[in-house]
Design a protein around this ligand. Structure first.
Ligand code: KIV
Ligand code: ZN
Length: 514
């Protein structure tokens, strides 16, 4: 497959597997995903997510548990009212009231479930197997009598004896269930066991089988794929792997692996995965780990050095698929492991600079990376601009030796500076409305002159709290001379100080040249 560079060892395994011709995706981000502790989507967010899931090509959206509240029922109904391409499904216990709430919400499919493991029957439901079986069959008949699609789950299926699972699934199949879902409710399976379980169920059942795996042991993706290898034709997933405890199988991982490793047909547009992940990250307020497979910020990031050399020579040396396939971009990052030469080569390949300028840029990058900053290509542009725009050291009248800035709650921001002006040492302090103001006052006192700060622009270059920032200032002296100063770095106060100094040095240079 074009753009995919996976192991040749997969091919014979793929040939032996019992893959279905196509897999359907049931996304449960809005139901199981919302059960993630701390996650609560607003109606607007649910609608936005549902639209994105449909655009992504999800076959079924599990939009909620309508019996939970009138509000939830209305939300599911509103999602259905969007008229999306995806079917809309509501969750229900095997209780008529729950199913009625789904029907009120106008869903296409009702996903009914009842626990079947000893532990759930005895301690949670406090009913015996017989009673649970009767409820499962009656609920299926009720859904079908109302002309809706019925998906049935044995909750905690993977801790239920096989004979009992077959009995329940057979029972609901006879009652008209359309699809059997196999929930690994507490994520206690491993791939070979899942393959054998689904193979056994397939031999006994006629209706399609669906996988619903939780990630308690980090096996959700592998278990979902193992079930698919055994013939399951639907996967329950969530965006970013949201879900209770360790989460559910991630849509991005399952579908990318199903495509790249097994070449299974499905309707998901992988190129929209990053976009969908970002949307859910924003709405859930759960920041994705940078190393999250497929859609994490580091999934296609390479730290300059040996890896970057390899990636630039031939991307597949360190990328099993192209970033574009999943809506990502390759990022070349410089960090603490990037040697001087790699930084210099990186800069040389991109900019036409002399040796002295390259050295200044390399020194700046190394100084930042040693202080744990990650420098991206975008950051390098800003560093190059600031270094190129700055005066040569020999032409600088003012040099900063030390600064100390104190700020905080109920403290007047105070700065002290030690600098040299044309070689003579000056020490001073100042207070201000904020740390940068205090710093500017201290510098002015040390220089013995007043300057006006006409403009101060602070920008974060890359995202995150440890991103680089750039500061641009415009200052004017008492004679109306003005100058611009630009600086880049990781510490807002230091960057502001350097930008101020740069602009002041330009004013001193102007005075000298006159
Ligand atoms: O994990 C689970 O068992 C569930 C059921 C409701 C299917 O989410
Ligand atoms: Zn679940």
């Amino acid at each position: 497959m074009e753009g995919v560079f996976v192991s040749d060892f997969i091919e014979p395994v793929r040939q032996r597997a019992n893959f279905p011709p196509r897999i359907d995706v049931l996304d449960t981000t809005l139901r199981d995903g919302e059960q993630t502790p701390g996650v609560c989507f607003t109606l607007e967010e649910k609608l936005e997510i549902a639209r994105k899931l449909s655009e992504l090509g999800v076959d079924v959206i599990e939009a909620g548990f309508p019996v939970n509240s009138d509000e939830e029922m209305e939300t599911v109904r509103t999602i259905k009212g969007l008229g999306l391409k995806s079917k809309v499904c509501g969750l229900a216990r095997c209780i008529t009231g729950d199913i009625d709430a789904c029907m009120k919400a106008d869903v296409d499919r009702v996903h009914i479930f009842i626990a079947t493991s000893d532990i759930h029957l005895k301690y949670k439901l406090r009913i015996d197997e017989e009673k649970a079986f009767e409820q499962a069959v009656a609920a299926t008949e009720y859904v079908k009598r109302h002309g809706l699609e019925c998906e049935f789950s044995c909750e905690d299926a993977t801790r239920t004896p096989l004979g009992r699972l077959v009995r329940f699934y057979n029972g609901v199949e006879k009652a008209g269930a359309d699809i059997h879902n196999v929930p690994d409710t507490v994520g206690v399976m491993e791939p070979q066991a899942m393959y054998e379980l689904v193979s056994a169920l397939r031999r006994k059942l006629s209706k399609p089988i669906s996988m619903h795996c939780h990630n308690d042991f980090g096996m959700a993706t592998a278990n979902t794929l193992a079930g698919i290898k055994a013939g399951a034709s639907q996967a329950h997933v969530t965006v970013n792997g949201l879900g209770e405890r360790g989460g559910n199988a991630s849509l991005e991982q399952v579908m990318t692996a199903a495509t790249a490793m097994y070449r299974i047909e499905h309707g998901i547009k992988l190129s929209l995965l990053k976009e969908a992940s970002k949307l859910v990250e924003r709405c859930s307020m759960i920041k994705l780990m940078p190393n999250f497979p497929v859609v994490g910020d580091n999934a296609f990031a390479h730290e300059a050095g040996i890896h970057v050399h390899g990636v630039l020579a031939r991307a597949e040396s360190y990328e099993p698929l192209t970033p574009e396939m999943v809506g990502q971009k390759r990022r070349i990052v410089m960090g603490k492991h990037t040697g001087k030469h790699a930084v210099a080569n990186f800069v040389k390949e991109r900019y036409n600079l002399d040796e002295q300028q390259i050295k200044a840029i390399v020194d700046k990058v190394r100084c930042l990376t040693i202080n744990k900053k990650k420098i991206t290509e975008g950051d390098v542009n800003a560093i190059v601009d600031s270094v190129m725009g700055s005066l040569p050291d020999t032409e600088k009248a003012v040099n900063l030796d030390e600064i100390l800035v104190v700020t905080g709650n109920k403290i007047t921001p105070t700065a002290s500076v030690q600098l040299s002006l044309n070689g003579s040492r000056r020490v001073s302090a100042g207070v201000g409305t904020g740390p940068v103001d205090a710093l500017s006052k201290a510098i002015q006192t040390a220089l013995g002159e007043e300057i006006k700060l006409l403009n101060y622009k602070l920008e974060a270059i890359s995202g995150g709290t440890d991103s680089l920032c750039s500061v641009e200032v415009v200052v004017e002296d008492m004679d109306g001379r003005n100058a611009v100063g630009v600086a880049v770095g990781g510490d807002i106060v230091m960057v502001s100080a350097n930008a101020l100094l740069e602009s002041l040095n330009r004013i001193y240079a102007k005075r000298k040249s006159k």
